[in-house]
Design a protein around this ligand. Structure first.
Ligand code: KIV
Ligand code: ZN
Length: 485
């Protein structure tokens, strides 16, 4: 039996990018947008064009290149922002303008410094302006969950009359609870004339860890579009993790009684890609995509699984595209074998990429002998994040021990081809290396995160190092994978 469709709205490229340190380049955004298209999301929020020329360009590129989903651009409720949003998405096959404006008294008085009447006028005139460009217009009353419900109903009614086609209810500060949000959605459905003619959407933040639960409660109460980000990235504590919402709706279809257009087997790759590009690793115990999500450690559980997987597994790992850890390629495998397996995993490397991958694969196969799908995923991740190298790390030597001061010597070759060597001591070997690099590069910065984790299993596992650096207010992150020596 078919149920109502819930539309999946991905805002990884807009709200997700607002996370401190998650800035992405246009080619990276395009790569994510293409994966979101494969995942089958209905709407991609590609960015906020008025916020910067770079964002404008990224939205325009995605609008031109990614043709299946609706491509939306965010705009403040002012004429310049709406015009800029339209300019960026007008070549999309399915364009949407998303206008937002604060509706809570806290925001109206303290942030906008206006009154309710004036704000109502701004909502109406800018939805009207957006509608003049584009038939598909979404409106979000920001901070809706802390807004006087009567004022919220009036604002929603007014923008429906101006032609808004989707009304999105954001829990902007992650303040609401599942019960309270259910009542708000029910209240909107009961009190806003014309609400049954438009799509009711929700957008939940995760400040109290309730974004996914609140989103699901809203679906149960009748919302038919859900907004979120892959891996739950986003402003502050992030947005609802879209893969968790999707798998909840799918796994508990009996309870939620809704259907979606997504291909869930693309979830793992989407998660990997976003993590590789943003440099935000996925915590091992995270629902659906964490490294331990399908690992069963207890003997009782393992026993049950061997008898019947459904004893302890409510989702099939393959249903999210989890790569197998069975041996797939070895030392003697050739370029064709590698290419064929990568294609089976859904990757289409170009010839130069394949050449680089093949070299890295041979190096890995020499060390590991057996190369699994997860190893191939790790190789692909390295490939994705390619930087224009300013300095090349030519040599590094560290000495440390339980009675020694960690000391590193580093040689870097600069953009002018000149090699420079320096040495430093540190609180540990890694600190010593970074200090030596800093002495050569001379750019003031602070290392705010350094983590090492194992990506595959065993003594010859592939490990991943992620770092985050802050320099003059800019946050940069990177991740690199390599086999452990
Ligand atoms: O959280 C929020 O209120 C938003 C809006 C722009 C929809 O991101
Ligand atoms: Zn948001």
């Amino acid at each position: 039996m078919a149920y109502d469709k819930v539309l999946i709205f991905d805002t990884t490229l807009r709200d997700g990018e607002q996370a401190a340190g998650a800035a992405m380049t246009t080619p990276e955004k395009l790569e994510i947008a293409r994966q979101l298209e494969r995942l089958g999301v209905d709407i991609i929020e590609a960015g906020f064009p008025i916020s910067s020329p770079g964002d404008f360009e990224a939205v325009r590129t995605i609008a031109k290149e990614v043709r299946k989903p609706i491509i939306t651009a965010l705009a403040h409720a002012n004429a310049a922002a709406v015009d800029r949003a339209w300019e960026a998405i007008k070549e999309a096959r399915h364009p949407r303008i998303h206008v937002f404006l604060s509706s809570s008294d806290i925001h109206i008085l303290h942030q906008l410094r206006k009154d309710r009447e004036e704000v109502m006028g701004m909502a109406v005139s800018n939805v009207r302006r957006a509608k003049g460009y584009c038939p598909d217009v979404e409106f979000s009353p920001m901070d809706a969950t802390r807004t006087d419900p009567q004022y919220l109903y009036a604002m929603l009614k007014a923008v429906i009359e101006e032609g808004a086609t989707t009304l999105n209810i954001p829990d902007t500060v992650g303040y609401t609870t599942a019960d309270e949000f259910t009542r708000l959605i029910q209240g909107i459905k009961a009190n806003v004339p014309g609400i049954d003619k438009v799509t009711l959407s929700v957008h939940c933040h995760n400040d109290l860890g309730m974004a996914v639960a609140n989103t699901l409660a809203a679906v149960k109460a009748g919302a038919r579009q859900v907004e979120g980000c892959i891996n739950g990235v986003g402003e502050r504590a992030g947005n609802a993790a879209l893969e968790e919402v999707i798998m909840s709706l799918k796994t508990r279809r009996d309870y939620f009684q809704v259907d979606m257009n997504v291909d869930t087997t693309q979830i793992y790759r989407a998660s990997k890609l976003v993590s590789d590009i943003t440099g935000f690793s996925v915590q091992p115990n995270k629902a659906v995509t964490g490294g331990n999500a399908f690992r069963h450690a207890s003997g009782i559980h393992q026993d049950g699984l061997l008898k019947d997987r459904t004893t302890y597994e409510i989702m099939d790992p393959q249903s999210i595209g989890w790569p197998s850890s069975e041996l797939v390629l070895g030392k003697l495998s050739g370029r064709h074998g590698l290419k064929a397996r990568l294609n089976e995993l859904g990757y289409q490397p170009s010839d130069p990429e394949l050449n680089r991958l093949f070299e890295a694969f041979k190096e890995l196969a020499d060390k590991k002998r057996e190369v699994t799908d997860r190893d191939l995923e790790a190789l692909m991740s390295n490939q994705r994040r390619s930087f224009a190298e300013t300095y090349v790390l030519d040599h590094v030597q560290v000495s440390c021990g339980n009675h020694e001061v960690p000391t590193a010597t580093v040689r870097l070759v600069g953009p002018d081809g000149v090699a420079k060597t320096d040495a430093a001591t540190g609180t540990g070997p890694v600190d010593a290396v970074y200090r030596a690099i800093n002495r050569i590069v001379s750019v003031p910065n602070k290392l705010t995160e350094f983590s090492v984790r194992s990506v595959t299993e065993g003594i010859d596992a592939v490990g991943e190092v992620s770092i985050r650096i802050e320099s003059e207010g800019n946050v940069s992150s990177a991740a690199e994978k390599a086999t452990t020596p």
